[in-house]
Design a protein around this ligand. Structure first.
Ligand SMILES: Nc1nc2c(c(=O)[nH]1)N[C@H]1C(S)=C(S)[C@@H](COP(=O)(O)OP(=O)(O)OC[C@H]3O[C@@H](n4cnc5c(=O)[nH]c(N)nc54)[C@H](O)[C@@H]3O)O[C@H]1N2
Ligand SMILES: Nc1nc2c(c(=O)[nH]1)N[C@H]1C(S)=C(S)[C@@H](COP(=O)(O)OP(=O)(O)OC[C@H]3O[C@@H](n4cnc5c(=O)[nH]c(N)nc54)[C@H](O)[C@@H]3O)O[C@H]1N2
Ligand code: SF4
Ligand SMILES: [Mo]
Length: 764
């Protein structure tokens, strides 16, 4: 590689400085932070933020700064490896070449096609890493199966899917986000841009999570420019501590709080009449539905202080423009649909949608997303008809096809366990391709059940940077991945559903031993379904063709700048820019924002928001209240870890956060005789696990917070231990199928538990 013909490379004293936009692997969401990678003799020697990047302005966090420790870690996978099926769970791998690996994989897929049919192959994927763009294509366009697309070992698809789907139906748009001037090259100075006066931060902790393309620093930027904060969160986060109003709710009661806020705004006549009249559908019915949610009733159900609720509602509604952002906590309860309805209704009735300083929205398509859907259409109708659904008829909305097209997670576990084995429509699954997920450590509810159920499959292949408990426990073939510093890619924030720029991910270090998700997809696609892959020999050619098809410019134009900005048009609904037919309004069945949802009604869900008590609480299960006196929530993000990654002992990232922490209030700790750093066993009606005590007032005396995604790479890799993956696993606590009729939302962040001090991680 030379600097001369590449505008993104400069050279100084034998060190190449390669400008890039970060994504994954190692793990991250598509924030696309601008980086300069310093490379000497094909070795990454330093990472710094790119000051010329208009979105991230040179700021960078510890995970990217420590990238070299991942690249050169001695535990990193650097060769494909295979293992006999009989040896699953044993650390007895044989290194093979890429050609041998591809030959083996091709032979297995063909054998399964011939013996059992392509539908018996399924793919599993995980959260929004780069693989999100490509993993859904492996099923249809390599394996020719109907059981691919976005399929997760995830109860209620409890991340992003619920919010994205409800927004699709109610707004006909991609996922809304705060207007942080992210669409403009001149950012906050852009003529016409306004700083939001209040920002509701609902079930999200973006300073630590920078999720889905939202850059956490931007909240601080806005606060410096005068924005005030309202948090809706059981924990007192940093943002909560700096908020004007902190609504400290009981985990899982978001819909009650949402309806309470709506009720204050409607009953005090604080909403935007003009917007409501012209652009919303079902306002009167909504007003009627929320009427009973007085601040006192909200407090009874959710613990939220009535004064804070009323103050927050007034401040939000009467200070235009204000805005709101929602996090994964809204997806991680059975009532995710109702919480999402409230969130969207609040933004809508206050007139904050698609206005400067409000929330940005775009059409729900991305250029790679569209290609994904097109590739999914390449399977035959006969194959599509075999797509796995709940055979008792549950989850109609999920299975309507307008969703992400995958297999619903709870349905998949039931199917793997043979729940419907005596039904004529049933067939046994035979093969799984794992692309960007480590379900046993992180995603799967009741992980031991998933482990037992998947053990029965005939063949499992996975690709990753490191060995994981899932791969050690289950896989027969593993393919080593390249990091984002080692391959070409594109970053599309928000997966294209609110895409403020496109960023070029540039290869800085050449690694001949590893490949990217897209390279593996193209290589295997050409072997298995060559007719779909003509002319797409390399990622570069693929990106260039797709960009030209969709935007009229090619890859070179993206690589030439730190970020190819999208630009933005406000009030698109007035200009006919949101609907396919070019008429004003929203791309919904009524052309308006549906506060009363015909789609939900059609799929057996109530059309208006309502409150349903979480399945496991002291109210719904009073008989369990004495045995499980505390509530829990889970999974708040830590800056130095991305889900189950970054646990290898020699990483700075692990040293920054060496153990899984259960956060307990000082009062509760005292009551149970627990001191800082003690090991604590946490037990729910579903299961048990152990973490280390962290005593702070971030939580109150009624609930604790536990971390998720823990395993111990330093421990015995072999089954049954599998790197200690069962020991501190938050998902032992999570019930299976505690999901609403839509098929979306599961209680990963709310439940009841008991705690006790124990002698260590391994205890009686
Ligand atoms: N109790 C509880 N459980 C939770 C949560 C919670 O809050 N509480 N959060 C949930 C949420 S929101 C999510 S999204 C899930 C996430 O769950 P998963 O998506 O399964 O996340 P990981 O366990 O980190 O597994 C991802 C694997 O992919 C690899 N990887 C990283 N980047 C790439 C890439 O670009 N391509 C490929 N092929 N592989 C890559 C990583 O090395 C890692 O081994 O966890 C969920 N689990
Ligand atoms: N560093 C790092 N960044 C990440 C990840 C990571 O693992 N590490 N994971 C990525 C993924 S997949 C996702 S989905 C995003 C998630 O990022 P966020 O959406 O920010 O989600 P969390 O940090 O899990 O939780 C947000 C907040 O919800 C609160 N909360 C818990 N229960 C409830 C509840 O019932 N109601 C309400 N209103 N709030 C509740 C928690 O206390 C927490 O402060 O982060 C992404 N970014
Ligand atoms: S948020 Fe942090 S880990 Fe993610 S791309 Fe930006 S600097 Fe890297
Ligand atoms: Mo997520």
């Amino acid at each position: 590689m030379s600097a001369s013909d590449k505008p993104y490379i400069t050279e100084e004293d034998g060190v190449m400085k390669v400008r890039t936009c970060a994504w994954s692997p190692p793990g991250d969401h598509p924030v696309g932070c601008g980086l300069i990678l310093h490379v000497k003799d094909n070795r990454l020697v330093k990472v710094e933020g790119d000051p010329d990047n208009p979105v991230t302005n040179g700021r960078v966090c510890v995970r990217c700064l420590a990238l070299d420790e991942i690249l050169y870690n001695d535990k990193r996978l650097l060769s494909p490896m295979k293992r006999n099926r009989a040896d699953r769970g044993k650390d007895s791998w044989t290194k093979i070449s890429w050609d041998e690996a591809y030959d083996l994989l091709e032979a297995k897929i063909r054998e399964i096609w011939d013996k059992w049919g392509a539908e018996t192959i399924f793919t599993l994927t995980g959260t929004g890493r780069e693989s999100t763009l490509y993993a859904p294509v492996y099923g249809p366009a390599v394996c020719n199966t109907c059981n691919g697309a976005s399929t997760y070992a995830f109860s209620g698809e409890a991340c992003y899917g619920p919010r994205a789907t409800i927004t699709n139906y109610l707004l006909g748009a991609g996922v809304p986000e705060i207007d942080w001037a992210q669409y403009w090259e001149d950012r906050y100075d852009h003529p016409g841009y306004q700083v939001p006066k209040y920002i509701i931060v609902w079930g999200k902790d973006p300073l630590y999570s920078s999720p889905d393309g939202f850059f956490g620093h931007s909240i601080i930027d806005l606060m410096k420019r005068g924005s005030k904060i309202i948090t809706i969160d059981p924990r007192l986060t940093w943002l909560g501590a700096h908020a004007e109003y902190h609504l400290q709710l009981r985990p899982g009661t978001d819909a009650a709080v949402g309806m309470g806020l709506l009720n204050v705004i409607i009953s005090e006549n604080l909403y935007d009449h003009d917007f409501v009249e012209r652009w919303t559908y079902g306002f009167d019915e909504l007003a009627e539905a929320v009427k009973e949610w007085t601040p006192e009733k909200v407090q009874k159900v959710s613990w939220v202080d009535p004064e804070a609720l009323v103050g927050a509602a007034r401040a939000f509604a009467t200070n235009a423009p204000s805005t709101a952002t929602w996090g994964v906590a809204l997806d991680q309860s059975k009532a995710s649909t109702q919480a999402a309805q409230c969130f969207l209704a609040l933004c809508a009735i206050c007139g904050y949608i698609d206005v400067p300083g409000g929330v940005t929205i775009t059409k729900p398509t991305s250029f790679i997303g569209q290609w994904r859907y097109d590739m999914s259409d390449t399977i035959s109708d006969e194959m599509a008809a075999k797509h796995i659904v709940d055979l008792d008829g549950k989850y109609a909305l999920f299975n309507s096809g307008a969703a992400m097209g995958g297999v619903q997670g709870d349905t998949l576990l039931n199917w793997l366990e043979g729940k419907w084995a005596d039904r004529p429509e049933y067939y046994k699954l035979r093969m799984c391709w794992i692309i960007g997920t480590n379900p046993l450590a992180c995603m799967a509810d009741q992980p031991q059940r998933w482990y037992e159920a998947m053990k029965d499959l005939d063949f499992i292949v996975a690709q990753d940077l490191f060995m994981t408990p899932t791969i050690m426990g289950l896989a027969d073939l593993v393919l080593p991945l390249s990091t984002f510093a080692e391959h070409e890619g594109l970053v599309t924030p928000n997966y294209g559903r609110n895409q403020h720029f496109i960023g070029a991910m540039n290869e800085a270090v050449h690694n001949p031993n590893t490949k990217s998700d897209l390279e593996i997809l193209i290589d295997m696609g050409k072997r298995m379904r060559p007719e779909l892959w003509e002319g797409m020999d390399t990622p570069d050619k693929f990106f260039d063709a797709k960009l030209k098809e969709n935007y009229g410019y090619g890859l070179d134009e993206v690589k030439a700048v730190p970020a190819k900005m999208s630009g933005y048009e406000y009030r698109k609904y007035e200009k006919g820019l949101l609907r396919e037919d070019g008429k004003p309004g929203f791309e919904t069945s009524t052309g308006r924002i549906e506060l009363w949802s015909p789609v939900l009604a059609a799929f057996g869900e109530q059309p208006l928001p309502y409150y349903e008590e979480p399945e496991f609480s002291h109210i719904s299960k009073p008989e369990l209240a004495e045995e499980y006196p505390l509530y829990y929530t889970t999974g708040g993000r830590h800056i130095s870890m991305f889900h189950s990654e970054d646990r290898q002992e020699d990483l700075t990232l692990r040293r920054l956060h060496p153990w899984p922490l259960v956060t307990i209030s000082p009062h509760v700790a005292q009551k149970y005789g627990i001191e800082q750093g003690d090991w604590v066993e946490i037990t729910s009606p579903q299961g048990t696990m152990t973490q280390k005590a962290n005593i702070t007032e971030e939580v109150n005396d009624k609930f604790i917070h536990v971390e998720h995604a823990w395993w111990y790479p330093e421990q015995d890799p072999e089954a049954p231990n599998l790197y200690g993956v069962w020991k501190s696993n938050a998902n032992n606590l999570i019930p299976h199928e505690s999901v609403s009729v839509t098929g979306y939302g599961a209680p990963y962040k709310n439940g009841i538990c008991k705690i006790r001090k124990v002698s260590g991680l391994d205890h009686d």
